[in-house]
Design a protein. Structure first.
Length: 275
C-alpha cells in the first residue's frame, strides 16, 4: 500500500510540515541554532498548530526537531540586541506576549486531537514548555530537559509553571525552575516529564508509529477524553464523574463505538471514522 504523504507549505524553511498516514509531522528546522524559536519559525508554528488542528485529514500531531536538539527555547543571543522591542511600552509588550503564549502552547494544549513531542536532544525554556504542552513525550536516550530561565535571570513563560506543576507537583516544579539543572532522559522519565525513552536511532520511527496508531484511533472519543482530563484538573470527584457520565453515554451512541464492538466480536482491527 502506497504511503500517503502531503507536503504542507509553512511559509518558511525554518519549519517543515507534512501529513503522512493522518499524522501531521511538524519539524523545527534550525539545527544550527538548536531549533531555537525565531521571528520566522514561531509564527509559522502557530499557523501550523491551528491549521492542522482544523484539518480533517489530520488525526494526530507529532512535533520534533531537526538534528540533535528538540528546541533550545528563545534565542538568547538576540535577547539584548533588539532596541525596537526595548523601546516598546511595557504594557504593549505584556499584551503581545500574552497573545503569543495563547496562540502557541495555549493552542496546543487546547487541541482536541492527540499531540506528541519527539525529543532527539535538548528541550529548554520555551522549548521545554512546547514539549510539555503535548499530550505525550518520547525522548531519545541522549535528550535532556532544562527550564533554563534562572540561568538568564528570567521568570518563565509559555505556560511552564502551569505545565510543570501539573506534571511533577509543586515541590519538583520549584526545584526544576529554581535550579535550572539539565535533567537526563531517564530521570525525566522517572519524574514524569517524558512518557517513554528509546534509543537515539529508534526515536523517529517509534514516535511516528505511536502517532500513527493514535491518528487511526477513535478521534471523537479522544476529544472527549481530553475534555474529561482537562475538566478533572479544576473540579472535584463528583463533578468530574457527572461529566464523565454525560460523555460516556454520548460516546456509546457513536458509529465508532458500534464499529469497535463489531470488530471485537469479529476479532479484527476496528476502522474508525470519527463520528
Amino acid at each position: 500500500m502506497a504511503e500517503d504523504r502531503i507536503e504542507v507549505d509553512t511559509g518558511t524553511g525554518e519549519l517543515l510540515c507534512e501529513i503522512r498516514d493522518r499524522v501531521a509531522l511538524i519539524t523545527l528546522n534550525r539545527p544550527e541554532a538548536r531549533n531555537a524559536l525565531s521571528d520566522q519559525l514561531t509564527p509559522a508554528l502557530r499557523r501550523m498548530i491551528r491549521q492542522c488542528g482544523d484539518d480533517s485529514r489530520v488525526g494526530a500531531l507529532l512535533i520534533t526537531g531537526t538534528g540533535t536538539a528538540f528546541c533550545a527555547g528563545g534565542d538568547v543571543k538576540g535577547m539584548g540586541s533588539n532596541s525596537a522591542k526595548a523601546e516598546t511600552p511595557i504594557d504593549e509588550r505584556i499584551a503581545d506576549l500574552r497573545i503569543k503564549q495563547r496562540t502557541l502552547t495555549g493552542a496546543l494544549v487546547g487541541l482536541r486531537k492527540p499531540t506528541l513531542a519527539a525529543l532527539p536532544g535538548p528541550a529548554a525554556g520555551a522549548g521545554l514548555a512546547l514539549a510539555l504542552a503535548c499530550d505525550i513525550r518520547i525522548a531519545a536516550e541522549s535528550a535532556v530537559m532544562t527550564t533554563g530561565y534562572a540561568r538568564i535571570g528570567l521568570t518563565g513563560d509559555y505556560g511552564i509553571a502551569w505545565l510543570l506543576t501539573r506534571l511533577v507537583g509543586t515541590s519538583r516544579a520549584r526545584e526544576l525552575m529554581f535550579l535550572s539543572e539539565r535533567i537526563d532522559a531517564r530521570r525525566c522519565e522517572t519524574l514524569g516529564l517524558v512518557n517513554r525513552v528509546v534509543a537515539d536511532a529508534e526515536l523517529r520511527d517509534a514516535a511516528f508509529a505511536l502517532a500513527r496508531s493514535l491518528a487511526e484511533g477513535p478521534s471523537q472519543a479522544f476529544a472527549g477524553m481530553k475534555d474529561n482530563l482537562d475538566h478533572a484538573l479544576a473540579t472535584d470527584l463528583l463533578d468530574s464523574m457527572d461529566q464523565e457520565a454525560a460523555y460516556m453515554i454520548r460516546s456509546a451512541r457513536t458509529t465508532d463505538h458500534k464499529e469497535a464492538v463489531r470488530a471485537f466480536v469479529e476479532k479484527r482491527k476496528p476502522a474508525f471514522v470519527g463520528h
